[in-house]
Write a protein that binds this ligand. Sequence first.
Ligand code: ZN
Length: 428
Amino acid sequence: MTAALETRIAAEIAARREALIALTQDLIRIPTLNPPGRNYRAICDYLAARLEAAGFTVELIRAEGALGDSDVHPRWNLVARTEGTRPGDCVHFNSHHDVVEVGHGWSRDPFGAEIEDGRIYGRGACDMKGGLAASVIAAEAFLAACPDFAGAIEISATADEESGGFGGVAYLAEQGRFDPERVQHVIIPEPLHKDRICLGHRGVWWAEIETKGRIAHGSMPFLGDCAVRHMGAVLAEMEATLFPLLATRRTDMPVVPEGAKQSTLNINAIHGGAAEPDDDYTGLPAPCVPDRCRITIDRRYLIEEDLSEVKREVTGMLERIKTARPSFDYEIRDLFDVRPTMTDRDAPIVRTTAAAIEKVLGREAAFVVSPGTYDQKHIDRIGRLKNCIAYGPGVLDLAHQPDEWVGIADMEDSARVMALVLAELLAA
Ligand SMILES: [Zn+2]
């Protein structure tokens, strides 16, 4: 990339400061709450008009039949593409357009997009409408600075990342939208902060464990078999053997925060015995020995671990309890799993983004891996595209919190980084 192009890009980004702010505010003011999935069409229509004016060809794609899609809450996605003057690589920016519920504790209008001290406030400001706006401005600035480029730029705004991405990126990946023949580089502008490149995420395995008992009168528990006590044995065994074992496993992946560098297991829920009564029920519960108890486990595993071994560890523990505990019986059901993924540090999108961060911020990029998953899982597994990172403005800790905000200067810097990545990959 020439120094002249670099200067032109910096000027084009600076000239778009007000446009970047206005775009971010407009996006925040469309409350795309998920669940249930509100205003997905509205935000896609808004972006379609914007990107068509910038010369993109836009498609609106409904993830018909996908998990979560219905006529009341259709799962709309937008894919916009603009072609260069000659063949070359395609750089794709993928943002999710959905936001999580507002929750309590706000001191501002969650959909007001108020500005104060260089910050824009609102649900989704950081996760991730600020990143989406930065990528749109980056593309517009690059197109103005370098109309004669090779390859193509794609921008997508997709549904349902917050609820698994099945009506969003997974659907598009199944349609071949992320095939390596079509798209060569992907940046997901999630709020990892403007100086960090997120290479991937740990793996996930969710399962439900049920212990079985026999119902009887609570005054004569010896005539029944208490499933809750059996589950107590499971929890005691986890404390004694499984948690200490997981704490010894460390990954070489640069996972943040530090505590997530080890294998972890959370018990997301526990339930045993009679169902909880409705709020308006004023009576007492009935005395019964619980005949079943269930927990949902959320195991996050490392790239060095093997999923079948992760599962065997838990079933092995349950089998040990079975041999030691008379009448112990259980069932285990898989709910969901995602393989860990980590893009190579030498991958073109990683090297190019790291170099651009150094140019814009004057410091080296940091490499991180996310403790939880995001849409990269679908691009990697269904799309078979490995040259993918998350990079965008915003402070990750603010995601899903009250008074969520994104810094205007951070958005400008990331937009410049993204535009320089386009220049490096497409202007040659
Ligand atoms: Zn997000």
